[in-house]
Every structure is written in structure tokens, then in C-alpha cells.
Design a protein around this ligand. Structure first.
Ligand code: NAP
Length: 203
């Protein structure tokens, strides 16, 4: 990673080696407005900063994932699996999911998307848009950690889905969109008592 003098360590454009990009992004860096930099996506695409996006969710038969600001379902083994899949990685989540967890998860970098200007808890990277989140994540594997709003906006941009398919209908108020079979194929399925761990990849 190349660090620019005026960049924060998290500035994704610090990944770009090209001088013209460094000059251009310096404008945004100096003003510390990189999270809202409209040029992020284009610049990242041009310089092949590869982000692999994996979406992780535990989903009831009726699409429910959450209830009253909390998970709609909990299973110890499932939570362990989620921990195993996410340790050392970058998590992107919506502000409501962060609030439901209440703190950054240890051993993972947390990027939270919010429209609130003055929301800035310790230990997280705060961004104001989905593109800002992906840009701030930089190169490598990024995990979309929920909740419903984030899943809805990112599912079409994901490369892989890690879904815990719960074999029951649950009460709830937050849903994920259905998995579109024209885009996704089942790559792996591990059956458990009352649910399955299913990996989907794009065709
Ligand atoms: N079962 C699972 O696997 C799972 C996983 C994660 C979460 N959950 C559950 O899902 C629920 C939370 O989901 P949710 O849909 O209510 O909320 P969410 O997706 O976690 O967060 C929504 C918030 O994110 C911010 N946001 C969303 N899109 C944005 C955008 N394009 N630009 C800027 N900010 C944006 C807004 O924050 P501001 O309001 O601050 O502007 C918005 O209110 C909880 O019940 C949680 O327990 C379940």
C-alpha cells in the first residue's frame, strides 16, 4: 500500500500507485472528504482495486432476519461460524446493525454506513454511502454484515452469499430480498439440525 502524505491510513486511493491519481485524490484528502468523494468508484475501477464482496446472513423461510432491532434467531454454532468467517476481515454494516451489536467486533475492522453527520463512535470507520464503504474497505475481501437495508443495496454487487437457511418461519420486521436464481447458484450445502449453511456463487 502506498500512503499519501495527506491521506489517512484508510484512504483507499492510497492503494493507487499512479501519480495522476495521487494528485487528484490529494484534493479530497486534504479536505478529509474522501468518504464523500464522488470520484471514488471510477478511480478505483480504473486502477483495479479488487474488492470481493461476501454477504453473510441468517435467514428464516419467510426472509426474516431481524426483530425489534435484534436478531430474529440465534444459534451458538451459527454464531461461531460467523465469527470464524469474519475474523481478520473488513465488515460493512448499517448503523442500526452496529447499534444492535453495540461495539466494534474484536479482530475485525468495522465500517458503518450512516447518513448522520455527527455519528462517530470509537473504533469504527464511518462512511456516508455504500460506495464510500466499499472504497474505504480497500483491496481484498469485504463482508456485508447486514442488516436488511445494506443487504438490499449490496446483494446485486456481491460475489458470494453465505446464508444460514433456517427451516422455519419467524416473526420479524426486517427482511432480506429473495435470492435470484438467474444470478446465484448453490455451490455448497451443509445440513444441520433445523437449518443449513449454504454458499451461493454467481453463475
Ligand atoms: N439475521 C442476520 O443475519 C442479521 C444480520 C445483521 C443484522 N440483522 C438485523 O437486521 C436489523 C437491522 O437492519 P435494518 O435494515 O433495520 O438496518 P441496517 O441495514 O443495519 O442499517 C440501516 C441504516 O444504515 C444507514 N444506511 C443505509 N443505507 C445507507 C446509504 N445508502 N447511505 C448512508 N447510510 C445508509 C442508515 O443509517 P442512519 O439512520 O444512521 O442514517 C440506515 O438507517 C436488526 O434487527 C439486526 O439484528 C440480522
Amino acid at each position: 500500500m502506498i500512503l499519501l502524505p495527506s491521506c489517512s491510513r484508510e484512504h483507499p486511493l492510497a492503494l493507487a500507485a499512479d501519480r495522476s491519481v495521487r494528485d487528484r485524490c490529494g484534493t479530497y484528502c486534504r479536505r478529509r472528504q474522501y468518504a464523500e468523494c464522488a470520484a471514488f468508484s471510477a478511480l478505483l475501477a480504473r486502477h483495479d482495486v479488487a474488492v470481493t464482496l461476501t454477504l453473510i446472513a441468517s435467514v428464516a423461510q419467510n426472509g426474516v432476519i431481524g426483530r425489534s432491532g435484534d436478531l430474529a434467531w440465534r444459534d451458538r454454532d451459527d454464531l461461531q461460524r460467523v465469527k470464524h468467517m469474519t475474523l481478520g476481515r473488513v465488515l460493512v454494516m448499517g448503523r442500526r446493525t452496529f447499534d444492535s451489536i453495540g461495539r466494534p467486533l474484536p479482530g475485525r475492522r468495522t465500517i458503518v454506513v450512516t447518513r448522520q453527520k455527527d455519528w462517530a463512535p470509537d473504533g469504527v470507520t464511518v462512511v456516508r454511502s455504500i460506495d464510500g464503504a466499499l472504497a474505504a474497505a480497500g483491496d481484498g475481501e469485504v463482508i456485508c454484515f447486514g442488516g436488511g437495508e445494506l443487504y438490499a443495496q449490496l446483494i446485486d454487487r456481491a460475489d458470494r452469499l453465505e446464508i444460514t437457511e433456517i427451516e422455519s418461519v419467524l416473526d420479524g420486521d426486517v427482511y432480506v430480498p429473495p435470492i435470484d436464481p438467474s444470478r446465484w447458484s448453490e455451490a455448497e450445502r451443509a445440513r444441520r439440525e433445523g437449518y443449513s449453511w449454504v454458499t451461493y456463487t454467481t453463475h
